[in-house]
Structure formats: C-alpha cells, structure tokens
Design a protein around this ligand. Structure first.
Ligand code: TUI
Length: 307
C-alpha cells in the first residue's frame, strides 16, 4: 500500500502511532515501527535528556525509523527541538501549538516535519513554512483537542493544501482507515487502540478502562477555559465539569488535572486520574500486539478499498 506518506517516511503501512504523553515511550514506538508503521516517542512535558534516552532505547530495539512528537506547550519544547536534531531523528510531529520557530532548524537537518493541526488555517500556514505533511486531527481524539470533527476537517484540509494529509481522531479499525482514505487522507494516526497493545506500558487498569468503555463514556474537561482535553468519564471529570459549570477558573481547577495523567498511566488510578482516550474507545475490545493490530486493520482496510 503506497502513498506519498509511506514513500516519504519509508514505511510499509500508512499508519502512524500518536505521540501520546506518558504512553508513547520507546517500547510502544519501537513495536509500531517494527510492525511496519511509524512509531512516535511522545516528548510531552519530559525534560530533553529523558527524550534523548527514549530515542536511544527505541533505536536499540529496532532499525526501523522512530519519530518524535514535540509537545509545544512543554516547558522543555525548545531543548527537545534541539535533541531531535542531535540524535538524528528522521521524522518530527508537533502538537498543541505552532512549530514555526523550529521549522528552519529541522528542515536544515533533513527532518521530515509533520505538524498536527486542528484547522485549515494552521494547515495552510504550515505548508507555507515548509511542512512535509500535516496531521489533521479531529475532536474525536483523546487529549488536547480542537473543535472540528475528523469527517469535516480532513476533506477541508485536503482541499486547502498540496502536501499529504494524515487523518487522526476516531480511527480504531480498518473501516476507519478506509473512511479516512475516502476523505483524501494518505495515512492515519492512531492513538487509543495502541494504548491497549501488549507492548504499551500503561497500567492494566487504564487498558481495562478503555476496553470496557462504551460509546457515551467520553468527556471533555476545560472547554470553558479554552483548554479542552478529552478523556474517559470518571470521578475527576464529573467533579471538574461540575465546578466548571459553577464558573471556577482554570487555575482553581488545575489541582484536578496536574500530574493526574501520570497517576492514571503509571499507578492505575482511573478514578481520580486523567484517563486520556479518544471517542473510539467504545470500539476497542481487546489487547493485541501492535503487529496483530496493524495486520488486522490493514487487511480490513485493504478489502474495503480494494488494494
Ligand atoms: O497535542 C495534541 N494532543 C495532546 S497534547 C497533550 S499534553 C497536554 N495535557 C494537558 C493539557 C494540555 C496538553 C495531550 N494531548 N494533539 C495535537 C493537537 N494540536 N490537537 C490540537 C492541536 C492544536 C491546537 C491549536 C494545534 C495548534 C493550535 O493552534 C496553534 C496556533 O498558535 O495557531
């Protein structure tokens, strides 16, 4: 299955794993790359030396390329942006902001730069600044989100730019991949399904929460503050949304979300922790290896798209 994205990245299948905070570490990224997709290490809020170490550990597991997601709200974004150059990373995606100030440095180092965007305006701007592709991420995604749905955003971005578009948000099986391709995407980015993979280091409670999730279990905190974050409904989201409705400020509610993603991922606290996951969680029903997931999804998408 060849597209401009598989050719550009030198990968077998048009599947990129999301660079999820605390989740996308070297075991997961290496497993996805080894299975023929593109694995990403999530820089998240980690110090640059932690990211450097993760890159080296992934390289020790697989010879296939592994990319890095630079989370632009991170206090360490600037240092992480330099570490990816120093470590010879071939592909960088960015999230939660505008990566313009790093583009020249990355391009000069020969890095393929793929910003994640949630609007047509940012997609066009990124193309102008030399982006090699964009990930158009719909509001179905887990974590920090925009407003437009994948179904509406992807074809509008496809029409607005000439560079390849990668669809993200709400994709969890071969039907989702086929649908994204019908909208004009040339690859997909998948997060939530890989969270429950065998190679994913998240706590078993977190995996089971996703596996047991129903269609209506998704919640968004922080919408009224302009910091919408999608996760699975629990005691924390109910408390957050209740206080948000009472008009409490972002700062007053920060105690509910600070450090709570780590608490859920590492300690398995899925009651008070933040269980980030996309709306597709309700579709995800079993733990499999990354290779089993990718092979199953590609077979299903291939039949539908008559590849
Ligand atoms: O970045 C993500 N998803 C994330 S980042 C993250 S870590 C975090 N945790 C809690 C609060 C905040 C961050 C968890 N999930 N996805 C990519 C993405 N980027 N989605 C939306 C955007 C985006 C939004 C606005 C990108 C650019 C943008 O505008 C920037 C500008 O200046 O125009």
């Amino acid at each position: 299955m060849k597209t401009r994205v598989t050719e550009m990245l030198g990968i077998e299948f048009p599947i990129i794993q999301g660079g999820m905070a605390w989740v996308a570490e070297h075991h997961l990224a290496a497993a996805v790359s080894a299975a023929g997709g593109l694995g990403l290490i999530g820089g998240a809020n980690a110090p640059a030396e932690v990211v450097r170490d993760e890159i080296r550990k992934a390289k020790a597991i697989t010879d296939k390329p592994v990319g890095v997601n630079v989370m632009l709200l991170s206090p360490y974004a600037e240092e992480v942006a330099k570490v990816v150059v120093e470590e010879g990373v071939k592909v960088v995606t960015t999230g939660a902001g505008n990566p313009e100030k790093y583009m020249d440095m990355w391009k000069a180092a020969g890095i393929k730069v793929i910003p994640v965007v949630a609007s047509v305006a940012l997609a066009k701007r990124m193309e102008k600044y030399g982006a090699d592709a964009v990930v158009a991420e719909g509001t179905e995604s887990g974590g920090h989100i925009g407003e437009a749905t994948t179904m509406t955003l992807v074809p509008q971005v496809v029409d607005a730019v000439s560079i390849p578009v990668i669809a993200a948000g709400g994709i969890g099986d071969g039907r989702g991949i086929a649908a994204a391709f019908m909208l004009g995407a040339e690859a997909v980015q998948i997060g939530t399904r890989f969270v429950v993979s065998k190679e994913s280091i998240v706590h078993e409670n977190y995996k089971q929460r996703i596996i047991k999730a129903k269609d209506i279990d998704s919640a968004v905190t922080g919408r009224s503050h302009g910091h919408p974050v999608r996760c699975l409904r629990n005691k924390m989201t109910r408390e957050y949304n209740r206080l948000e409705q009472e008009g409490k400020s972002f700062e007053e509610l920060e105690y509910l979300t600070l450090g709570t993603l780590r608490k859920a991922v590492q300690e398995g606290d899925i009651t008070d922790g933040t269980v980030m996951a996309g709306q597709i969680a309700g579709l995800i029903s079993k733990e499999q290896t990354c290779k089993e997931m990718i092979d199953e999804m590609m077979e299903q998408a291939g039949k539908l798209l008559k590849w």
